[in-house]
Write a protein of this length. Structure first.
Length: 407
């Protein structure tokens, strides 16, 4: 049936009927509507594309969600395509495939694959993943990875430096370089946008950190980590100082790694930078701290991986309050490791023992010819360091380190 379609006619068709009804529009050839038995009215366009042996029928939309005027405009465009020899269905499928391919090459999609296939196997996987999700994906997520330019990388580094975090900028750049280097052979990139960029030129030469906490600061830290208000970060800070390990090595420690009766903590190779296990003798002060912690959860500190930044902020605030409102010079968790190593030298511990204490392996031919474990020497080193710490934080009255009165 042919009839000029109108809103009034379409409304009359929108009711249940005994059989479907189809009406061709007299105003636009190849355009029509179909009313189902349930009263659903749909627009369609139908024509044989040039060069094709069969006609193509395409649904345009439903009335009244799509108005008659909009349906005519859409149908006219589809009919024109078919007249030009284009099958709109094939075009739409090609566009969908192109969009899928585009999404697969978006920075966010590539970054997710990088996290799953490469980062997940690394010792610092959680840190790398958090940084990529915080700094890189929000910035470039929907863009094709091939569109990220060298200028984009420079702008990112400059922005983080301008926020006052040059070391964070170095870290972000390092992980961005790894990600793009991983993507180059997989996604046909001619080069990585991080190529030919020098952090020395962008930020300046990296200054070697030499921060070591002095006796007053050690005493202040110990005092700031006592009491129930420091229950979350207190044991962590004290053990980090006593053990000289890296923050993640302790922060993700589980009770299954500890033998309190034997006084040993064995860190698995998966959490060590050297990819080798590391055994830490537990001196009496460390054992006392560990035995006071609840052992009904997997993780030693807080029952879950510790939040390093939050813990450090809370500890800094308490140390500042105990120091009369004056903050001590900036320090990091890693500075406790340097304090430990420097302290061992101050105790006249042999350099090779001190290096083994912080899991720095034997050097040169010693790795091959010296297979002695130095267990007794290491236990003595940790015990002497613990005694040194206790002499600072709990000295005899005549040798007490005076702290400022908290305000």
């Amino acid at each position: 049936m042919k009839q000029t379609l109108s809103d009034r006619l379409l409304r009359s068709l929108a009711r249940p009927r005994s059989a479907p009804q189809e009406i061709w529009d007299q105003q636009l050839r190849g355009f029509g509507c179909r009313a189902s038995k349930q009263g659903t009215v749909s627009f369609f366009a139908m024509r044989r594309p040039r060069g094709s042996a069969r006609s193509v029928r395409i649904k345009v939309g439903d009335f009244p969600a799509m108005s008659l005027s909009d349906a005519r405009l859409r149908a006219r465009a589809l009919l024109r395509e078919m007249q030009d020899g284009v099958d709109p269905r094939a075009r739409k499928a090609a566009e969908a495939r192109a969009e899928v391919a585009k999404q697969a090459r978006s920075f966010s999609a590539v970054a997710e694959l990088f996290i799953a296939r490469h980062v997940a196997t690394k010792r610092t996987a959680r840190t790398i993943e958090q940084l990529i999700r915080r700094e890189l994906i929000p910035r470039w997520g929907e863009r094709p990875i091939t569109d990220v330019s060298r200028a984009d990388v420079v702008a990112l580094v400059d922005e983080i430096v301008d926020r006052g975090h040059p070391e964070a900028a170095r870290l972000v750049f390092a992980y961005a370089r790894r990600l793009f280097g991983w993507a180059v052979p997989r996604y046909g990139l001619e080069h990585a946008p991080t190529d030919h960029l020098s952090l020395k030129d962008l930020i300046g030469a990296k200054a070697a950190r030499k921060r070591v906490l002095n006796n007053l600061e050690i005493a202040l830290l110990w005092r700031a980590t006592e009491g129930p208000e420091a229950a979350y970060y207190g044991p962590y800070a004290r053990l980090l100082l006593l053990f000289g390990v890296r923050r993640t090595e302790l922060g993700r420690a589980i009770w299954g790694e500890f033998d309190l009766d034997a006084g040993l903590w064995t860190i698995p190779p998966t959490r060590m930078k050297s990819d080798e296990p590391h055994t830490v003798p537990l001196a009496p002060p460390a054992l006392e701290i560990l035995r006071a912690l609840p052992q009904d959860k997997g993780y030693v500190i807080g029952g879950s991986p510790i939040h390093y930044s939050r813990s450090k902020r809370e500890l800094d605030a308490r140390m500042t309050a105990l120091n009369g409102g004056k903050p001590i010079p900036r320090w990091t968790w890693h500075d406790l490791r340097r304090t430990f190593r420097t302290g061992l030298s101050g105790l006249k511990i042999a350099p090779h023992i001190a290096e083994l204490a912080i899991a720095h392996g034997k050097q040169g031919l010693s790795r091959i010819y010296d297979q002695h474990r130095y267990d007794a020497e290491l236990r003595e080193a940790f015990a002497l360091w613990a005694q040194r710490i206790m002499s600072i934080v709990a000295p005899p009255p005549e040798k007490a380190v005076l702290l400022r009165k908290a305000t």
